[in-house]
Design a protein around this ligand. Structure first.
Ligand code: HEC
Length: 499
């Protein structure tokens, strides 16, 4: 019991590291969060119309006004936000719960907390306890209330929750950018129509990442300046996880190329897990034992390495991965990682030598090369699809249909529509669970707890401690040519967990 309490206190302390507080402010924070006086005596609160006395530690300010001080919008008489900005700064009347009053001063604030009367002499609702503050407690608390607004993570305001994303406005990804934007804006509109999230209206800030690593990190910095709470579904090939981490931004969406990090939650499976699903099907369904891994481009080397390692773990005995150098490669089955163009080159080189191995690849990497391949490859291509039409169920199909109708989208870019929608649904689900008293840390913890999220368009999504991909495998689809035509030959299954 005691150990548990200690641990809880420790956690409380570590999570305040971001803000450096003076000793006085720290004492105010203890009072605010835990109801502890700076004196040896126990701080008492009088509760309700009859003034029953209880220790303030049972009813700390944070339990009603929120750990971040933004108040609670739900219910009848609502604990208002306690930001100094709202309470004390500026002229003019404030209005809350039907009371009107001029700005608070340190003295009138102490009076409100001690005896439940506001600066205009109105009685506060008895739902607000009266606290027997010492003079030192009063000073500590006031000092802390002046800092309270800084405790909030950016993008989280009284009335507004601001999200951000990176979408190219020109260049080859512009059309995709418009699709992602339409899906996100639609989700936000629907959510706001139902009253937003925990009393906050949701807003989206968009920045253009341009076409280089430098312009991407500039766009990211600009978003951070505009105070966004988290990123959702960015379309930014040059995004790097270091820049994300240095801005402290969580991300729900595609993993940056250089790998994710604890703040990144990707609805879709990692490339190597998708390919592992196809490799397993090739072994079990086609009897292929020796698979040659080939990667085109140094940026694929890491994923190729991870794939080899996972293959070994589940009993494959693969030769070392080979970089693709424009020449044919030996093997009855070749697992390819790289661009559509390199994939087409590999196919041509093999065909020229009269070879016809099975080619295994991820749909997201090679789909655009398929129409250019010859009938030589018909039935020899096995592709990984994280989700497929066989996953679609009525609610998911209707949701997608609704978005398309409202936003003027059609069936093109369906995969992008679905993956964006998945990112959005995961984020909203986690934000709902965090509650109004949100923080980035809380969001990351809530995302980590998500399991079995049913999108109606994909296999169930979920994360876990250390698990940052919503899916862990793929459907296997066989391609017939010319066409191309697609036949699902193995349903989605998660690959075995790491030992
Ligand atoms: C049990 C819930 C609860 C706790 C605990 C609580 N409050 Fe309140 N507080 C309220 C409610 C409800 C109101 C609104 C009363 C009203 O508007 O009539 C309120 C109002 C206030 C106001 C008046 C704000 C205004 O705009 O006039 C201040 C100041 C305040 N609380 C400070 C505190 C401080 C400081 C603590 C901790 C020492 C604290 N409260 C603890 C529920 C609580």
């Amino acid at each position: 019991m005691r150990a548990g309490l200690l641990l809880a206190l420790l956690l409380l302390c570590t999570s305040t590291q971001a803000l450096t507080l003076t000793e006085q402010e720290q004492a105010g924070q203890r009072l605010y969060r835990q109801g502890l006086s700076s004196s040896d005596a126990q701080l008492q609160a009088q509760v309700g119309p009859s003034g029953i006395r209880v220790p303030a530690s049972v009813l700390p300010c944070a339990s009603c006004h929120g750990r971040d001080g933004s108040g609670r919008p739900e219910g009848g008489v609502r604990p208002p936000s306690l930001y100094w900005q709202r309470l004390a700064l500026g002229q003019g009347e404030r209005q809350i719960n039907g009371r009107r009053y001029p700005a608070y001063t340190a003295a009138s604030l102490a009076k409100a907390i001690r005896s439940g009367v506001d600066p205009a002499g109105n009685r506060l609702d008895p739902a607000m306890p009266r606290f027997d503050l010492t003079l030192a407690d009063q000073r500590n608390l006031t000092a802390y209330l002046k800092r309270l607004a800084d405790e909030r993570d950016p993008g989280l305001e009284d009335q507004v929750l601001r999200l951000g994303t990176l979408l190219p406005e020109s260049g080859p990804l512009a059309e995709a950018g418009r699709v992602v934007r339409a899906v996100l804006e639609d989700g936000i509109e629907q959510l706001n129509r139902q009253g937003g999230l925990h009393g906050r209206r949701v807003e989206l800030q968009v920045a253009d990442p341009g076409t280089s690593a430098a312009s991407t990190s500039q766009a990211l910095a600009a978003l951070a300046q505009r105070q966004v709470f988290t990123l959702v579904a960015p379309l930014a090939p040059w995004l790097d996880s270091g820049a994300l981490a240095s801005q402290g931004l969580p991300l729900v969406g595609a993993t940056p190329l250089d790998g994710g990090g604890p703040q990144v939650f990707d609805p879709l499976p990692a490339l190597h897990e998708q390919l592992l699903s196809v490799a397993m099907h090739a072994r079990e369904g086609l009897g292929l034992q020796r698979l040659q891994v080939v990667f085109a481009g140094q940026d694929q080397a890491i994923a190729a390495g991870m794939l080899l390692e996972r293959m070994r773990q589940i009993g494959f005995n693969p030769p070392p991965a080979q970089p693709f150098e424009g020449r044919a490669v030996a093997g009855e089955g070749i697992v390819f990682l790289g661009s559509p163009r390199a994939f087409a080159e590999l196919a041509t080189a093999l065909e020229r030598e009269g070879r016809q191995p099975y080619l295994l690849a991820a749909s997201a990497q090679v789909t655009s090369a398929l129409p250019g391949l010859s009938a030589h490859w018909s039935q020899r291509l096995l592709l990984a699809y994280p989700f497929a039409p066989s996953d679609w169920r009525a609610p998911g199909r209707e949701a997608l249909q609704g978005i398309r109708q409202r936003q003027g989208l059609d069936g093109r870019q369906a995969a992008l529509q679905v993956s964006t929608l998945c990112a959005w649904q995961l984020l909203v689900e986690a934000l709902r669970q965090v509650g109004r008293d949100a923080s980035r840390e809380g969001l990351v913890a809530a995302l980590e707890q998500l399991h079995g999220v049913d999108t109606g368009l994909t296999p169930a999504l979920g994360f876990g401690p250390g698990r940052r991909q919503g899916l862990a495998g793929a459907h296997v689809v066989q391609v017939s040519l010319p066409g191309p035509g697609f036949t699902e030959v193995a349903p989605y299954r998660a690959v075995p967990e790491l030992p």
